[in-house]
Design a protein around this ligand. Structure first.
Ligand code: URA
Length: 231
């Protein structure tokens, strides 16, 4: 593997920080300073950053089906934390990439790779998320067009980005948004005079929820890479 890739995988440095520390001679391979970021290295080589040996870190990437009345927090509060459903070690090192409200169900992604979760949740990523929404009132004609144009949410300066609404019944729809503003789906429907009575996230990016309530699985490498801009 390339030296820059190895350093990137084994530290939390950004690509430009990796490039910089190689260029200034902070990286040694088998006791020899290497300043060529494209040099080929092997995991058996002793690779150091300022004298400290680097090991490729195995990050964890988890998809979970969040039940209702649980919270996306590392500790229990009024409701129990979703981490109670994870029977694995070192749970305190994990965090959620894109939280859901306590009453919202569906897909959440959990990881210990901060850079990966940032690439997924940063506004610039515009990662699509699809929600199944049940409403208190019938959907009015024109709401799909309104959401496509964008709506002004209370307290926000800018319109929401174009969102796709697919009506299922008069009071049920799928909504795909590419942002993650606070209570965004509930506020979007409130802005057109309706009220969300149940909310379920079915899909993030290209991945659809495929485990039962309260269950989880590790993401495949391809799924992890499908979100990564800088891992
Ligand atoms: N939008 C909401 O209003 N709530 C959620 O939990 C997720 C998106």
């Amino acid at each position: 593997m390339r030296l820059d890739k190895f350093v990137s995988k084994s530290t939390e440095l950004t690509k430009s920080e990796v490039f910089q520390c190689i260029k200034v001679g902070e990286i040694s391979v088998n006791d020899q300073i290497i300043t060529n970021e494209a040099a080929q290295v092997h995991e058996n080589n002793t690779i150091t950053l300022n004298g400290v040996t680097l090991k490729t870190r195995q990050f964890r990437y988890i998809l979970m089906h969040k039940p209702a009345n649980t919270i996306c927090s590392n500790i229990d509060e009024i409701y129990p934390s979703v981490f109670n459903y994870l029977d694995i070690e070192k749970i305190s090192e994990l965090h959620i990439a894109g939280r859901l409200d306590a009453d919202t169900t569906g897909m959440i992604l959990i990881t210990d790779n901060g850079r990966w979760s940032f690439s997924l949740t940063a506004p610039s990523s515009q990662c699509p998320k699809t929600y199944r929404v049940k409403l208190s009132k019938e959907l009015k004609t024109g709401v799909a067009a309104t959401f496509e144009k964008g709506v002004k949410l209370q307290g926000e300066q800018k319109l929401t980005l174009p969102a796709t609404l697919q009506q299922i019944t008069s009071t049920e729809a799928l909504l795909t948004i590419t942002e993650g503003k606070f209570h965004q789906v509930k506020r979007m429907f409130a802005s057109v005079g309706n009220r969300v009575v149940s909310l379920h996230r079915e899909k993030i990016g290209d991945i659809s929820l495929d485990v039962g309530v309260g269950q989880w699985r590790y993401l495949t490498d391809a799924e992890v890479q499908s979100f990564a801009t800088e891992t």
